[in-house]
Each structure stands twice: as C-alpha cells, then as structure tokens.
Design a protein around this ligand. Structure first.
Ligand SMILES: Cc1cc2nc3c(=O)[nH]c(=O)nc-3n(C[C@H](O)[C@H](O)[C@H](O)COP(=O)(O)OP(=O)(O)OC[C@H]3O[C@@H](n4cnc5c(N)ncnc54)[C@H](O)[C@@H]3O)c2cc1C
Length: 288
C-alpha cells in the first residue's frame, strides 16, 4: 500500500487505465484531473477497434497482449453498472486491388508470427462474414479472428463509476496549466482552479501531452494526425466484424445496441485534407 499522492493529468482511456493499474498496485491517493469532463478527448470519439494487423511487428505483439487485458477487465471490475462493452467479431482487412492482396500476404505472415492467427479469405468467404460488402468490388481479405471492438465511451463511464466507488478524486473542468518543480521533482500541479500537491505526476493529456511536458523541459516526439469520422443514426444490428480497407485505411464497424455505423479514416499528412469519407459511404447507401 502506498500513500504517495499521484496526480493523473487527463481523464482519457490512457489516464483511466493508468489510475486503474495504480489502484491495483495499492496506491490509494490518486487524483485525476481533466480540462473538461472525464473522457472528453479522443476516448469519447474513437471507433474502438482492437486490431492486430500491423506492418510493425512490435505493434502487432503489443496489440495481441492488449486484447487479453480488455477481456480480463470484465472479470476484474466486478462493481460496475453494466458489462464492459466488448465484442469479439473478428477483423477483416479487405483488399480492393491486386496490389492490396499482395500486401495482405505480407501482413498475414506478420500476424501469424506475432498472434498465431490470420487467414486470407476469398470474396465469397468475406461476403459470408460481412454481407454488407459487395464481393464483386473486392479481391479478398485477411481475417484476424482476435479482432474485437469496444465502445470507448462505455468503458470511460465504467471507470468513472468504479473510481468514485474506490474514493479516487475526479476533478473535472480543471485544466493543468503548469507544474511547480523543486530540485528535479514535480511537487505541485498548477491548475486553473488552484494548486494540487503531488509526489508523482503522470501526464496523459492525449494530443496536449507534448505541450504540458514542454513546461517541464521534456521533449516528447509526438505529432498529431488529421482524421475524419462519421456516425450514422441507429440501424438494425447485423454487422459483427471490424473492417479496414488496406488501400486507404478506411475503417468501419457497427456499434451495439444502438446499431450506428461508425467509420473513420486518418492520414499522415499533417494539416493536409484527409481522405473524403463520402466516397466510402456508398457501401452503406447500397445496403441500407
Ligand atoms: C475518430 C477516432 C477513431 C479512433 N479509432 C480507434 C480505433 O479504432 N482503435 C483504437 O485503438 N484507437 C482508436 N482511436 C484512438 C483512441 O481513441 C485514442 O488513442 C485514445 O482514446 C487516446 O486516449 P488518451 O487518454 O491518450 O487521450 P484522450 O482521450 O484524448 O484524453 C486526453 C484527456 O486529457 C485532457 N486534457 C488535455 N489537456 C489537459 C490539461 N491541460 N489539463 C487537464 N486535462 C487535459 C483532455 O480533455 C482529454 O480528456 C481513435 C480516435 C479517434 C479520434
């Protein structure tokens, strides 16, 4: 058990998981502060895909470990208002060109080495798993049976509920502005509404982590990517897998129980216009 005062700056999924693991390590004095509400940032907006198909082998390994963490969460957090919203319907990495299919072959080798799963499906086999996809428009898909989806805002609310039960301090609408350092240690977090004494500070402010770390003369090589996301209204739920198109990284799946289609795309060109999502909406128009 530790009485050290820990301040977690940023109440997104990274901050919440950090606090959760600190609780497991028996830290008892934990404060989470957020500039808006808990889960205000990317964690309230994400598509929630737990995916394992990566060109980078280390990322694939990390992703394989993480899916088990999510599965265990439901058993570990017993006191919760509802089950952890997680579904394991697989992930289809779809190719719409010959080059895309060749790339899937390379990705399959990495996936098999790192996670021990992965098979190439023919267009009719893809259609069987995901009837919404037009088999005439694709060349095949890499199927990752471990692929899952999680409702990110639902997980945020479960953590918030759980932390209140456990007596963590949750301070909303209280942006961190700076830090007070003595010697080489951070002693206080200076916020818009006062100072918070701390023995240890964890900065998990998402895209703003870099700016806050700069105040401590720490340079973090983070950069932001522009993306686009779209969400439909609730539709009849019929679509289990998570789908990614290998050519342009367009992703979509269906949420439950409301049945919204959630889709997103990101590119790596900072400040450049992202890919136009409307081109891919035809997949829904044809099937709705
Ligand atoms: C459209 C979209 C789709 C995505 N799809 C997926 C996906 O399919 N799969 C996947 O794994 N990931 C996905 N992601 C990424 C995933 O959502 C993020 O990686 C994750 O939510 C990041 O969590 P975080 O806690 O680091 O950041 P955030 O959720 O952004 O949390 C940071 C928090 O810090 C707070 N904060 C900022 N500055 C301060 C300050 N000065 N003081 C106090 N608080 C501060 C913010 O208000 C915010 O609540 C997606 C993201 C987006 C936006």
């Amino acid at each position: 058990m530790s009485d050290e005062r820990i301040v977690v700056v940023g109440g997104g999924l990274v901050g919440l998981f950090t606090a959760y693991h600190l609780l497991k390590l028996e830290y008892r004095d934990i404060t989470i502060i957020d500039r808006k509400y808990i889960g205000y940032g990317a964690s309230n907006r994400g598509t929630g895909g737990l995916l394992h198909i990566f060109e980078d082998e280390d990322l694939a390994k990390l992703a394989c470990l993480s899916v088990n963490i999510w599965k265990k969460l439901d058993e570990e957090i017993v006191e919760k208002p509802r089950p952890v919203p997680l579904r394991t319907g697989g992930h289809l990495h779809v190719a719409t060109s010959k080059e895309g299919l060749n790339k899937l072959d390379k990705l399959k080798k990495i996936l098999r080495r790192t996670c021990g799963v992965g098979e190439i499906l023919t267009p009719p086999e893809v259609k069987e798993k995901a009837p919404i996809i037009d088999e005439d428009e694709i060349y095949g898909a890499l199927y990752d049976t471990l692929g899952s989806k999680v409702l990110q805002p639902g997980v945020v609310r479960i953590f918030e509920f759980y932390f209140k039960l456990k007596g963590l301090k949750l301070m909303k609408y209280n942006p961190a502005k700076n830090f007070k350092v003595e010697g080489s240690r951070v002693k206080k977090v200076i916020t818009e509404h006062g100072e918070i004494e701390a023995d240890k500070v964890v900065i998990t402010a998402g895209a703003f982590t870099k700016d806050l770390a700069c105040k401590l003369d720490e340079r973090i090589p983070l950069c932001t990517f522009r993306g686009e996301e779209a969400l439909t209204e609730g539709l009849h739920y019929e679509f289990e897998p998570f789908v990614t198109f290998v050519e342009n990284n367009f992703k979509f799946t269906q949420t439950w129980p409301r049945g919204e289609f959630i889709m997103g795309i990101s590119n790596t060109g900072i400040g450049e216009p992202a890919y136009d999502l409307r081109a891919n909406l035809s997949v829904l128009e044809k099937n709705s």
